[in-house]
Design a protein around this ligand. Sequence first.
Ligand code: PLP
Length: 398
Amino acid sequence: MSASEPRPGDHTRAVHGPGLVHTGAMSAPIVRSATFSYDTLGDMMREQEKGPGGAYYQRLGHPTLRATEERLAQLEGAEQALLFPSGMAAISAAFLSQLAAGDHVVALHQSYGGTRELLKWGAERLGWRFDVVDGATPETWAAAFRAETKLFHVESPTNPTLCVVDLRRAAALAHERGASLSVDNTFASPLGQHPLALGADLVCYSATKSIGGHSDLLAGVVAGSAATMRRVWRVRTVFGGTPDPETAWLIERSLKTLALRVERQNANALALARRLAAHPAVVRAYYPGLETHPGHALARAQMQRGFGPVLAFELKGGDAGLEPFVEGLRVFRHAPSLGSVESLAALPVHTSHIHLKPVERTSAGIPAGLVRLSIGIEDEVDLWADLEQALARVAVPT
Ligand SMILES: *Cc1c(COP(=O)(O)O)cnc(C)c1O
């Protein structure tokens, strides 16, 4: 493609990958080889020098992984991307690439549960320190920064009540204080939001969610500039968190339909959020696409293609309604995770916020009777009929 040709659109790039080079095969070959041999020492050294782009030894880099990493990088607008065997492997590699003993991290109190565990574990075992801030009150963030702050880690929208975090403002603050901004972009997907374009230094994903999209693989991604990713690659090589070629191939296959899935999920989620907000058994629905959501204007400005697959709502019957509701679902499946083609329901009280006492939940902004839904690609009428009949099983206090 010459420089004068227009850059292909997201759908085209998702299907064809970065180069639009025609080799005959429609999909990258799964190279089932952990090590690679060369006729000359010079050839071998040239492959070694390519790092994650070379074919020398799988833990360092592998051609099937690379094909998917290049596809992910171009979707994200990043110079480089690296695959990991899980989202937490990716996020922990991002942290380890930025932090040493004595360094300080600022993160959201709304952070994903696994990330909160990582923050605590690193403070106990690796000698970094951290403070948490509320994603909804950006004016309070600066007070948490110290001279040793090296990393500001955020998500947007957050789990489970979909707080929308101002990524431009987060990047400006981090850079003013000499820190890097990393963004967990799992909820929005690489087609729903581009944190690097808004100023982030690193973007992380659980590819288990929308990127994989079929509830059949566990993987993670980190993307950023070549210089930043060199440090992340070093962590992956040292700790050994390199996935297998089949997982990379499954992700390549999934990326080809990512745009269609995201658009459909987001359209279904908006329609259902509107219907839930108006239902007599529901106190409130949480979805950035609703005009009543406090983050709506910001979400419109920093998200594309809608507002993500996840929404939450509060049952009027409180926690007593949770069991009859989830057990009454027939199309939605009661399971953790999000971003898959199947619609899923999860109860934060029994999943992400299981360790909190009722008073702690209230102070963490998790109301009683909260249900989280991840909306799939099924017919909206079937999803709504399912929610309506399950809601009919929940007693509404008069
Ligand atoms: C699921 C998830 C993770 C962790 O990903 P795994 O693939 O389960 O390791 C991290 N961040 C967010 C926002 C998630 O939803």
